[in-house]
Write a protein that binds this ligand. Structure first.
Ligand SMILES: Nc1nc2c(ncn2[C@@H]2O[C@H](COP(=O)(O)OP(=O)(O)OP(=O)(O)O)[C@@H](O)[C@H]2O)c(=O)[nH]1
Ligand SMILES: [Mg+2]
Length: 429
Protein backbone atom coordinates (compact mmCIF):
# COMPACT_ATOMS: atom_id res chain seq x y z
CA UNK A 1 0.00 0.00 0.00
CA UNK A 2 1.15 3.46 -0.85
CA UNK A 3 0.44 4.95 2.54
CA UNK A 4 2.44 3.77 5.46
CA UNK A 5 0.57 2.93 8.60
CA UNK A 6 1.99 2.71 12.05
CA UNK A 7 2.41 -0.96 12.98
CA UNK A 8 -0.19 -2.34 15.40
CA UNK A 9 0.64 -2.02 19.06
CA UNK A 10 2.68 1.16 18.79
CA UNK A 11 2.46 3.40 21.82
CA UNK A 12 1.02 6.84 21.42
CA UNK A 13 0.97 10.00 23.46
CA UNK A 14 -2.29 11.87 22.91
CA UNK A 15 -2.53 15.62 22.66
CA UNK A 16 -5.74 17.58 22.97
CA UNK A 17 -5.84 21.34 22.71
CA UNK A 18 -8.93 22.95 24.17
CA UNK A 19 -10.27 26.43 23.93
CA UNK A 20 -10.56 28.10 27.34
CA UNK A 21 -13.78 27.20 29.12
CA UNK A 22 -14.74 24.20 26.97
CA UNK A 23 -15.09 20.81 28.60
CA UNK A 24 -13.01 18.08 27.05
CA UNK A 25 -13.67 14.86 28.97
CA UNK A 26 -15.76 13.26 26.26
CA UNK A 27 -13.49 14.30 23.47
CA UNK A 28 -10.55 12.63 25.16
CA UNK A 29 -12.59 9.48 25.72
CA UNK A 30 -13.53 9.40 22.07
CA UNK A 31 -9.94 9.99 20.97
CA UNK A 32 -8.79 7.08 23.11
CA UNK A 33 -11.46 4.88 21.55
CA UNK A 34 -10.31 5.88 18.10
CA UNK A 35 -6.71 5.09 18.99
CA UNK A 36 -7.66 1.67 20.34
CA UNK A 37 -9.81 1.04 17.26
CA UNK A 38 -6.71 1.74 15.17
CA UNK A 39 -4.87 -1.02 17.06
CA UNK A 40 -2.55 1.47 18.69
CA UNK A 41 -1.92 1.81 22.37
CA UNK A 42 -2.93 5.09 24.00
CA UNK A 43 -0.59 5.99 26.84
CA UNK A 44 -0.60 9.35 28.56
CA UNK A 45 -2.69 12.30 27.47
CA UNK A 46 -1.59 15.92 27.45
CA UNK A 47 -4.29 18.59 27.50
CA UNK A 48 -3.28 22.13 26.60
CA UNK A 49 -5.44 25.21 26.87
CA UNK A 50 -4.95 27.65 24.03
CA UNK A 51 -7.22 30.22 22.45
CA UNK A 52 -5.64 29.62 19.05
CA UNK A 53 -2.99 27.30 17.66
CA UNK A 54 0.64 28.31 17.55
CA UNK A 55 1.62 28.71 13.88
CA UNK A 56 4.87 26.78 14.29
CA UNK A 57 4.14 23.65 16.34
CA UNK A 58 0.40 24.04 16.99
CA UNK A 59 1.22 24.28 20.72
CA UNK A 60 3.78 26.68 22.17
CA UNK A 61 7.46 25.85 22.17
CA UNK A 62 7.54 25.16 25.90
CA UNK A 63 4.71 22.63 25.58
CA UNK A 64 6.29 21.06 22.54
CA UNK A 65 9.51 20.52 24.51
CA UNK A 66 7.54 19.07 27.39
CA UNK A 67 5.86 16.62 25.04
CA UNK A 68 9.23 15.61 23.64
CA UNK A 69 10.56 14.85 27.12
CA UNK A 70 7.44 12.91 28.06
CA UNK A 71 7.58 10.83 24.91
CA UNK A 72 11.25 10.08 25.46
CA UNK A 73 10.80 8.94 29.01
CA UNK A 74 7.73 6.83 28.14
CA UNK A 75 9.33 5.41 25.04
CA UNK A 76 6.31 6.45 22.99
CA UNK A 77 6.39 5.79 19.28
CA UNK A 78 4.12 8.51 18.04
CA UNK A 79 2.13 11.58 18.93
CA UNK A 80 -1.55 11.66 18.07
CA UNK A 81 -3.09 15.11 17.92
CA UNK A 82 -6.85 15.40 18.28
CA UNK A 83 -7.04 18.10 15.60
CA UNK A 84 -5.93 18.91 12.12
CA UNK A 85 -2.53 20.53 11.79
CA UNK A 86 -1.15 22.45 8.87
CA UNK A 87 1.47 20.47 6.95
CA UNK A 88 4.10 22.87 8.33
CA UNK A 89 3.02 22.42 11.96
CA UNK A 90 2.99 18.68 11.58
CA UNK A 91 6.41 18.66 10.01
CA UNK A 92 7.93 21.01 12.57
CA UNK A 93 6.57 18.90 15.35
CA UNK A 94 7.95 15.73 13.81
CA UNK A 95 11.34 17.31 13.43
CA UNK A 96 11.32 18.39 17.03
CA UNK A 97 10.11 15.05 18.37
CA UNK A 98 11.94 12.89 15.87
CA UNK A 99 8.81 10.82 15.87
CA UNK A 100 5.74 10.41 13.77
CA UNK A 101 2.87 12.85 14.40
CA UNK A 102 -0.59 11.76 13.41
CA UNK A 103 -3.64 14.00 13.19
CA UNK A 104 -7.21 13.01 14.02
CA UNK A 105 -8.06 12.92 10.31
CA UNK A 106 -5.13 10.62 9.60
CA UNK A 107 -6.12 8.40 12.46
CA UNK A 108 -9.62 8.01 11.02
CA UNK A 109 -8.25 7.47 7.51
CA UNK A 110 -6.01 4.80 8.95
CA UNK A 111 -8.96 3.01 10.57
CA UNK A 112 -10.98 3.22 7.38
CA UNK A 113 -8.09 1.82 5.35
CA UNK A 114 -7.94 -1.07 7.75
CA UNK A 115 -11.68 -1.79 7.54
CA UNK A 116 -12.32 -1.50 3.82
CA UNK A 117 -13.25 -4.90 2.42
CA UNK A 118 -15.14 -4.35 -0.79
CA UNK A 119 -13.64 -3.14 -4.02
CA UNK A 120 -15.60 0.09 -3.78
CA UNK A 121 -14.68 0.67 -0.15
CA UNK A 122 -11.01 0.25 -0.91
CA UNK A 123 -11.17 2.65 -3.83
CA UNK A 124 -12.97 5.20 -1.69
CA UNK A 125 -10.42 5.03 1.09
CA UNK A 126 -7.53 5.25 -1.34
CA UNK A 127 -9.07 8.29 -2.95
CA UNK A 128 -9.52 9.93 0.44
CA UNK A 129 -5.90 9.20 1.30
CA UNK A 130 -4.59 10.69 -1.91
CA UNK A 131 -6.77 13.73 -1.58
CA UNK A 132 -5.58 14.23 1.94
CA UNK A 133 -1.96 13.46 1.06
CA UNK A 134 -1.91 15.78 -1.92
CA UNK A 135 -1.40 18.87 0.19
CA UNK A 136 1.11 17.11 2.38
CA UNK A 137 3.43 15.84 -0.24
CA UNK A 138 6.67 16.54 1.54
CA UNK A 139 5.73 14.80 4.70
CA UNK A 140 4.86 11.34 5.80
CA UNK A 141 7.10 9.43 7.97
CA UNK A 142 9.73 8.25 5.64
CA UNK A 143 11.37 11.62 6.03
CA UNK A 144 12.16 10.60 9.59
CA UNK A 145 14.27 7.79 8.32
CA UNK A 146 16.88 9.56 6.27
CA UNK A 147 18.36 6.32 5.03
CA UNK A 148 15.21 5.31 3.32
CA UNK A 149 14.35 6.61 -0.11
CA UNK A 150 10.85 6.96 -1.41
CA UNK A 151 8.23 9.26 -2.64
CA UNK A 152 7.97 11.28 0.52
CA UNK A 153 11.66 11.69 1.04
CA UNK A 154 12.63 14.99 2.43
CA UNK A 155 14.93 17.30 0.54
CA UNK A 156 13.56 16.33 -2.82
CA UNK A 157 14.07 19.15 -5.28
CA UNK A 158 11.30 21.28 -6.66
CA UNK A 159 11.10 19.39 -9.95
CA UNK A 160 10.79 16.10 -8.10
CA UNK A 161 7.95 17.60 -6.13
CA UNK A 162 6.10 18.72 -9.22
CA UNK A 163 6.51 15.28 -10.68
CA UNK A 164 5.03 13.72 -7.57
CA UNK A 165 2.19 16.17 -7.61
CA UNK A 166 1.37 15.24 -11.19
CA UNK A 167 1.58 11.57 -10.37
CA UNK A 168 -0.81 11.99 -7.48
CA UNK A 169 -3.22 14.03 -9.57
CA UNK A 170 -3.33 11.40 -12.27
CA UNK A 171 -3.81 8.70 -9.66
CA UNK A 172 -6.72 10.65 -8.18
CA UNK A 173 -8.25 10.96 -11.63
CA UNK A 174 -7.95 7.23 -12.27
CA UNK A 175 -9.44 6.35 -8.92
CA UNK A 176 -12.38 8.64 -9.57
CA UNK A 177 -12.99 6.98 -12.93
CA UNK A 178 -12.93 3.51 -11.45
CA UNK A 179 -15.24 4.59 -8.66
CA UNK A 180 -17.67 6.07 -11.14
CA UNK A 181 -17.90 2.74 -12.91
CA UNK A 182 -18.65 0.88 -9.68
CA UNK A 183 -21.12 3.52 -8.71
CA UNK A 184 -23.03 3.37 -11.95
CA UNK A 185 -23.79 -0.26 -11.12
CA UNK A 186 -24.96 0.76 -7.69
CA UNK A 187 -27.24 3.43 -9.15
CA UNK A 188 -28.64 0.83 -11.51
CA UNK A 189 -29.65 -1.53 -8.75
CA UNK A 190 -31.15 1.41 -6.90
CA UNK A 191 -33.27 2.23 -9.96
CA UNK A 192 -34.34 -1.39 -10.21
CA UNK A 193 -35.51 -1.32 -6.63
CA UNK A 194 -37.41 1.88 -7.10
CA UNK A 195 -39.09 0.57 -10.27
CA UNK A 196 -40.17 -2.51 -8.39
CA UNK A 197 -41.36 -0.16 -5.65
CA UNK A 198 -39.32 -1.93 -3.01
CA UNK A 199 -38.69 0.66 -0.32
CA UNK A 200 -35.17 1.02 1.02
CA UNK A 201 -34.55 1.60 4.69
CA UNK A 202 -31.11 2.75 5.78
CA UNK A 203 -29.63 2.53 9.26
CA UNK A 204 -27.68 5.62 10.22
CA UNK A 205 -26.16 6.79 13.45
CA UNK A 206 -23.07 7.62 15.40
CA UNK A 207 -20.36 5.00 15.28
CA UNK A 208 -20.82 2.23 17.88
CA UNK A 209 -24.52 3.03 18.40
CA UNK A 210 -25.47 -0.54 17.51
CA UNK A 211 -26.52 -0.26 13.85
CA UNK A 212 -25.02 -3.60 12.80
CA UNK A 213 -26.44 -5.30 15.88
CA UNK A 214 -29.89 -4.01 15.02
CA UNK A 215 -29.43 -4.98 11.38
CA UNK A 216 -28.53 -8.52 12.45
CA UNK A 217 -31.38 -8.72 14.93
CA UNK A 218 -33.90 -7.65 12.28
CA UNK A 219 -32.61 -9.79 9.43
CA UNK A 220 -30.84 -12.72 11.07
CA UNK A 221 -27.70 -11.64 9.28
CA UNK A 222 -24.29 -11.89 10.85
CA UNK A 223 -22.42 -8.68 10.18
CA UNK A 224 -19.44 -8.32 12.47
CA UNK A 225 -20.38 -6.40 15.59
CA UNK A 226 -17.58 -4.95 17.62
CA UNK A 227 -17.11 -2.60 20.49
CA UNK A 228 -14.85 -0.39 18.46
CA UNK A 229 -15.37 2.65 16.30
CA UNK A 230 -16.07 2.18 12.60
CA UNK A 231 -16.49 -1.58 12.79
CA UNK A 232 -18.61 -1.33 9.64
CA UNK A 233 -17.39 0.44 6.58
CA UNK A 234 -19.05 -1.10 3.57
CA UNK A 235 -22.81 -0.93 3.17
CA UNK A 236 -24.61 -4.26 3.37
CA UNK A 237 -28.17 -4.85 2.22
CA UNK A 238 -30.72 -7.52 2.98
CA UNK A 239 -34.34 -8.16 2.34
CA UNK A 240 -36.59 -7.84 5.31
CA UNK A 241 -40.13 -9.08 5.35
CA UNK A 242 -42.56 -7.02 7.39
CA UNK A 243 -45.77 -8.56 8.65
CA UNK A 244 -48.80 -7.03 7.05
CA UNK A 245 -46.69 -5.26 4.50
CA UNK A 246 -44.24 -7.22 2.44
CA UNK A 247 -40.66 -6.93 1.44
CA UNK A 248 -38.36 -4.00 2.04
CA UNK A 249 -34.62 -3.64 1.61
CA UNK A 250 -32.65 -2.64 4.66
CA UNK A 251 -29.06 -1.36 4.60
CA UNK A 252 -26.40 -1.10 7.26
CA UNK A 253 -23.87 1.70 6.74
CA UNK A 254 -20.76 3.35 8.02
CA UNK A 255 -21.14 5.25 11.28
CA UNK A 256 -20.76 8.97 11.67
CA UNK A 257 -18.45 10.81 14.00
CA UNK A 258 -17.86 14.37 15.10
CA UNK A 259 -15.71 16.27 12.57
CA UNK A 260 -15.79 13.54 9.97
CA UNK A 261 -12.78 14.40 7.79
CA UNK A 262 -13.83 16.29 4.70
CA UNK A 263 -11.72 14.06 2.44
CA UNK A 264 -13.67 11.08 3.68
CA UNK A 265 -17.07 12.67 3.21
CA UNK A 266 -15.98 13.55 -0.31
CA UNK A 267 -14.76 10.03 -1.12
CA UNK A 268 -17.75 8.33 0.48
CA UNK A 269 -20.31 10.49 -1.25
CA UNK A 270 -21.69 7.55 -3.22
CA UNK A 271 -22.21 5.46 -0.12
CA UNK A 272 -23.82 8.42 1.51
CA UNK A 273 -26.03 8.96 -1.53
CA UNK A 274 -27.58 5.63 -0.70
CA UNK A 275 -28.69 7.36 2.49
CA UNK A 276 -30.25 10.35 0.78
CA UNK A 277 -32.07 8.08 -1.68
CA UNK A 278 -33.61 6.04 1.13
CA UNK A 279 -37.37 5.92 1.69
CA UNK A 280 -36.89 5.85 5.42
CA UNK A 281 -33.98 6.28 7.82
CA UNK A 282 -33.59 4.52 11.12
CA UNK A 283 -31.44 6.79 13.24
CA UNK A 284 -29.89 4.45 15.79
CA UNK A 285 -28.98 6.15 19.04
CA UNK A 286 -27.01 4.73 21.94
CA UNK A 287 -29.39 5.55 24.79
CA UNK A 288 -26.71 4.66 27.34
CA UNK A 289 -24.13 7.12 26.02
CA UNK A 290 -23.71 10.26 28.12
CA UNK A 291 -22.91 12.19 24.96
CA UNK A 292 -26.17 11.18 23.30
CA UNK A 293 -27.44 14.68 22.58
CA UNK A 294 -24.38 15.99 20.80
CA UNK A 295 -23.98 12.71 18.89
CA UNK A 296 -27.54 13.03 17.61
CA UNK A 297 -26.95 16.61 16.65
CA UNK A 298 -23.84 15.58 14.75
CA UNK A 299 -25.68 12.84 12.87
CA UNK A 300 -28.45 15.27 11.95
CA UNK A 301 -25.85 17.77 10.78
CA UNK A 302 -24.16 15.21 8.49
CA UNK A 303 -27.54 14.07 7.16
CA UNK A 304 -28.32 17.66 6.30
CA UNK A 305 -24.94 18.05 4.63
CA UNK A 306 -25.37 15.03 2.37
CA UNK A 307 -28.84 16.09 1.33
CA UNK A 308 -30.71 13.55 3.44
CA UNK A 309 -32.25 16.08 5.80
CA UNK A 310 -35.73 15.62 4.35
CA UNK A 311 -35.84 11.82 4.32
CA UNK A 312 -38.45 10.49 6.79
CA UNK A 313 -36.81 9.22 9.92
CA UNK A 314 -37.49 7.07 12.95
CA UNK A 315 -35.32 7.50 16.02
CA UNK A 316 -34.37 4.15 17.46
CA UNK A 317 -33.07 4.40 21.01
CA UNK A 318 -30.93 1.32 21.35
CA UNK A 319 -29.23 -0.37 24.32
CA UNK A 320 -32.16 0.15 26.68
CA UNK A 321 -30.81 -2.80 28.65
CA UNK A 322 -28.08 -0.42 29.75
CA UNK A 323 -30.08 2.77 30.16
CA UNK A 324 -33.06 3.92 32.16
CA UNK A 325 -35.44 3.59 29.21
CA UNK A 326 -38.18 0.96 28.93
CA UNK A 327 -39.37 -0.87 25.87
CA UNK A 328 -42.04 1.14 24.08
CA UNK A 329 -42.93 3.81 21.59
CA UNK A 330 -42.87 7.53 22.17
CA UNK A 331 -43.97 9.67 19.25
CA UNK A 332 -41.34 9.19 16.59
CA UNK A 333 -39.10 7.19 18.89
CA UNK A 334 -38.90 3.48 19.54
CA UNK A 335 -36.98 2.06 22.46
CA UNK A 336 -35.16 -1.18 21.69
CA UNK A 337 -32.36 -3.45 22.70
CA UNK A 338 -30.74 -5.01 19.69
CA UNK A 339 -28.77 -7.27 21.98
CA UNK A 340 -31.79 -8.65 23.87
CA UNK A 341 -34.07 -8.36 20.84
CA UNK A 342 -36.50 -6.17 22.75
CA UNK A 343 -38.85 -3.74 21.06
CA UNK A 344 -38.24 -5.08 17.57
CA UNK A 345 -41.90 -5.84 16.85
CA UNK A 346 -42.89 -2.29 17.73
CA UNK A 347 -40.11 -1.03 15.51
CA UNK A 348 -41.22 -3.12 12.55
CA UNK A 349 -44.77 -1.96 13.03
CA UNK A 350 -43.67 1.64 13.01
CA UNK A 351 -41.61 1.06 9.88
CA UNK A 352 -44.62 -0.36 8.03
CA UNK A 353 -46.72 2.53 9.26
CA UNK A 354 -44.21 5.18 8.27
CA UNK A 355 -43.82 3.73 4.82
CA UNK A 356 -47.41 4.82 4.46
CA UNK A 357 -48.89 1.40 4.34
CA UNK A 358 -52.30 0.49 5.62
CA UNK A 359 -52.28 -2.86 7.27
CA UNK A 360 -55.77 -3.85 6.15
CA UNK A 361 -56.13 -5.39 2.72
CA UNK A 362 -59.22 -4.46 0.72
CA UNK A 363 -60.89 -5.75 -2.42
CA UNK A 364 -60.77 -4.45 -5.94
CA UNK A 365 -63.00 -5.81 -8.70
CA UNK A 366 -61.42 -5.66 -12.12
CA UNK A 367 -63.08 -6.22 -15.49
CA UNK A 368 -61.22 -8.57 -17.88
CA UNK A 369 -60.14 -5.49 -19.85
CA UNK A 370 -58.24 -4.19 -16.85
CA UNK A 371 -55.36 -6.60 -17.30
CA UNK A 372 -52.81 -3.80 -17.14
CA UNK A 373 -53.94 -2.74 -13.69
CA UNK A 374 -53.95 -6.31 -12.54
CA UNK A 375 -50.35 -6.69 -13.74
CA UNK A 376 -49.38 -3.44 -12.03
CA UNK A 377 -50.83 -4.62 -8.73
CA UNK A 378 -48.93 -7.86 -8.98
CA UNK A 379 -45.74 -6.02 -9.83
CA UNK A 380 -46.16 -3.91 -6.72
CA UNK A 381 -46.38 -7.04 -4.66
CA UNK A 382 -49.70 -5.70 -3.40
CA UNK A 383 -51.88 -8.70 -4.14
CA UNK A 384 -52.80 -10.82 -1.16
CA UNK A 385 -55.41 -12.97 -2.87
CA UNK A 386 -57.49 -13.27 -6.04
CA UNK A 387 -60.84 -14.80 -6.98
CA UNK A 388 -61.74 -15.24 -10.62
CA UNK A 389 -65.35 -14.73 -11.72
CA UNK A 390 -66.96 -16.74 -14.49
CA UNK A 391 -67.21 -13.73 -16.77
CA UNK A 392 -63.43 -13.24 -16.58
CA UNK A 393 -63.59 -10.44 -14.05
CA UNK A 394 -61.52 -10.86 -10.94
CA UNK A 395 -61.69 -9.78 -7.37
CA UNK A 396 -58.29 -8.98 -5.97
CA UNK A 397 -57.50 -8.60 -2.36
CA UNK A 398 -54.77 -5.95 -2.24
CA UNK A 399 -52.77 -3.93 0.21
CA UNK A 400 -51.85 -0.42 -0.90
CA UNK A 401 -50.61 2.79 0.61
CA UNK A 402 -52.45 6.07 0.18
CA UNK A 403 -50.39 7.20 -2.78
CA UNK A 404 -50.88 3.93 -4.60
CA UNK A 405 -54.62 4.09 -4.02
CA UNK A 406 -54.60 7.52 -5.60
CA UNK A 407 -52.75 6.17 -8.59
CA UNK A 408 -55.13 3.29 -8.86
CA UNK A 409 -58.16 5.52 -8.74
CA UNK A 410 -56.95 8.54 -10.69
CA UNK A 411 -54.18 7.60 -13.08
CA UNK A 412 -54.91 4.11 -14.11
CA UNK A 413 -58.25 4.79 -15.72
CA UNK A 414 -60.23 3.08 -13.05
CA UNK A 415 -63.37 4.75 -11.83
CA UNK A 416 -63.95 4.79 -8.15
CA UNK A 417 -67.01 2.56 -8.18
CA UNK A 418 -65.43 0.10 -10.49
CA UNK A 419 -62.29 -0.21 -8.51
CA UNK A 420 -63.45 -0.10 -4.98
CA UNK A 421 -66.63 -1.19 -3.32
CA UNK A 422 -67.74 1.94 -1.43
CA UNK A 423 -67.68 0.95 2.21
CA UNK A 424 -64.20 -0.47 2.02
CA UNK A 425 -62.81 2.63 0.37
CA UNK A 426 -64.41 4.84 2.98
CA UNK A 427 -62.79 2.81 5.67
CA UNK A 428 -59.46 3.44 4.08
CA UNK A 429 -59.40 7.16 3.49
N1 LIG B 1 -25.85 -3.58 25.99
C1 LIG B 1 -26.07 -3.49 24.68
N2 LIG B 1 -25.04 -3.42 23.83
C2 LIG B 1 -25.30 -3.33 22.52
C3 LIG B 1 -26.64 -3.31 22.00
N3 LIG B 1 -26.57 -3.19 20.66
C4 LIG B 1 -25.25 -3.16 20.35
N4 LIG B 1 -24.48 -3.25 21.46
C5 LIG B 1 -23.00 -3.26 21.53
O1 LIG B 1 -22.51 -2.03 21.04
C6 LIG B 1 -21.27 -2.23 20.34
C7 LIG B 1 -21.36 -1.67 18.95
O2 LIG B 1 -22.28 -2.40 18.19
P1 LIG B 1 -22.32 -2.38 16.59
O3 LIG B 1 -23.58 -3.04 16.19
O4 LIG B 1 -21.04 -2.87 16.03
O5 LIG B 1 -22.42 -0.80 16.36
P2 LIG B 1 -22.40 0.01 14.98
O6 LIG B 1 -23.33 1.16 15.15
O7 LIG B 1 -22.66 -0.92 13.84
O8 LIG B 1 -20.91 0.52 14.97
P3 LIG B 1 -19.96 0.94 13.73
O9 LIG B 1 -20.15 -0.03 12.64
O10 LIG B 1 -18.63 0.86 14.36
O11 LIG B 1 -20.33 2.34 13.37
C8 LIG B 1 -21.04 -3.74 20.36
O12 LIG B 1 -20.15 -4.03 21.42
C9 LIG B 1 -22.41 -4.31 20.61
O13 LIG B 1 -22.36 -5.57 21.24
C10 LIG B 1 -27.72 -3.40 22.95
O14 LIG B 1 -28.90 -3.38 22.63
N5 LIG B 1 -27.36 -3.47 24.26
MG1 LIG C 1 -21.55 -1.40 12.27
Amino acid sequence: MFFERPPPGQQALLLHVRAPGISWDNEITELRELVVSADLEPRSTVVVTRARPHPRWFVGQGKAEEIRRAMNSNNDDLLIVNHDLTPAQQRNMEDLLQARVMTRTELILHIFADRARTHEGKLQVELAQFQHGRSRLVRGWTHLDRQKGGLYMRGAGESQLELDQRMIDSRIRKLKERLERVQRQRAQSRRRRSRAKIPTIVLVGYTNAGKSSLFNALTDASIAVQDRLFATLDPTMRHLSLDGYGTVVIADTVGFIRDLPIDLVEAFKATLEEVSAADLLLHVIDSAAPEQESMCAEVDRVLEEIGAGMVPKIEVLNKIDMSALREGVLGNRVHVSARLKQGLEALKEMIAQRLGVTNEPFEVCLAPSNGKIRAWLYELGAVVGETLQEDGASTLSVRLDAEQINRLVANEGVSLQEALPEPKLLALT
